[in-house]
Design a protein around this ligand. Sequence first.
Ligand code: NAD
Length: 488
Amino acid sequence: MPSLYIDGSWTAGSGGSAEVINPFDASVVETVDQAGPDDVERAVIAARTAFDTGPWRTTSAPERGALLRRVAELLVRDKEEIARTETLDTGKTLVESRIDVDDVTAVFRYYADLADKEAGRIVDTGQSNVLARVVHEPVGVCVLITPWNYPLLQLSWKVAPALAAGNTCVIKPSEVTPLTSILLVKLLEEAGVPRGVVNIVLGDGRSVGAPLTEHAAVDMVSFTGGLATGQAIIRASAATVKRVAVELGGKNPNIVFADTDLDLAADWALTAVFLHAGQVCSAGARLIVEDALHDDLVAEIGRRAERIRLGNGFDDKSESGPLVSAAHRAKIEDFVASAQAEGARLVVGGKRPDEPELQQGFFYRPTVFADVRRDMRVIREETFGPILTVERFSTEAEAIELGNDTEYGLAGAVWTADMGRAHRVAGALRHGTVWINDYHPYVPGAEWGGFKRSGNGRELGPTGLAEYQEHKHVWHNTAPAPARWFKG
Ligand code: NAD
């Protein structure tokens, strides 16, 4: 079946084909079509025409919500197939992929419910003859560009609110992991999305992503991915003054005070960073530990990290899968080499696994560095892999200072039994999400996004819907009289 969906039809496109690789063993999962320049053009024009002349934008908000609810039902029906595809595509464990599909379903339900509850408001002008309303309207044609680590999840955070608000869209998934995005578009089609409202084009960032961000007929780009790509997209959108929402990387502090139970701290330090082999934008990659607990915690983490079972995502015994690609593993190996060259102490890992059955795939052992300095590259840059660094502090002020000493500001956590301290630190951290005595959870109703160079938008929650809306002021003078400003 052709892999591009443009103007209500599945099509092969003119950009040739590309293989999708299974990170577990480097085998080919599927060969997918690639978009050529004419496909990109057709997709944008289809979305433009559907927005300007089609029924979607004027479909009532409850009806739009009903369609999203149907998508949620289809996701429940196809959960297992979608989860298996996500595991083949990304290498993550099937347990994680199933959680992803549940989360995606919850996001569709959330925006289905919110679709008809954010219509706008009446403004009190102080003038009895004036009715002033602020109405919410769709932005227009939205380009949705997503990364490879949570392909389906990141897409749902964009496409559900974009459709709830009445926009049309062109989806550009990561070229590394396009398969579940194609499946989602099939479900949107089955749920009854009108022709041209949703389009998907496949291909890399240079030949397909960039032309979409430059296109004059596109009103908005919503992007999740790396910092350098986000900066390029902001630059590319300047000529046409598009709305741009970027969700970028993170270098996330996980701060542990010494009054935290050792078992709890060690358990969550590993979960915070090594979930999905560390390929999580909010991964707790910087463990920042109070002096009194530091040595015991480093020893315990080293002991446990050594025992993490890597393997096939379809094997129940696997606790973590491989990295997404050979190229990404090479980046991780480069980070490890630079940390060692700069004098960090390798506690555990720092190598590929020895098991013969893992040699074909892109595996890398969970790696922990202690005795790091903050000027080291491994502390300053997002590694996006299974590397944990451990820093130490002696005062609350120092913990906050370290936690904020990054150009990023996506997420972080604080662990302590002292609730006053917990909330002081949470308040002082310049990150978009702060967990207290927890790590990772999020809900569709709470906003997600970055401070500083982690991004400029918010996904999820009411703000995640507002991102796809124009707020228009309609002023109605019910008893007009001449102004007589000009006397003639
Ligand atoms: P990436 O920036 O390399 O690619 C992301 C997407 O952008 C892909 O679809 C790619 O094809 C496309 N792209 C590349 N160049 C482009 C260009 N010039 N114009 C338009 N599109 C272009 O990122 P990645 O390696 O796929 O994902 C990893 C990054 O994503 C990490 O930095 C991670 O922190 C970030 N991320 C952030 C969040 C968040 O919520 N803030 C969530 C997940 C991932």
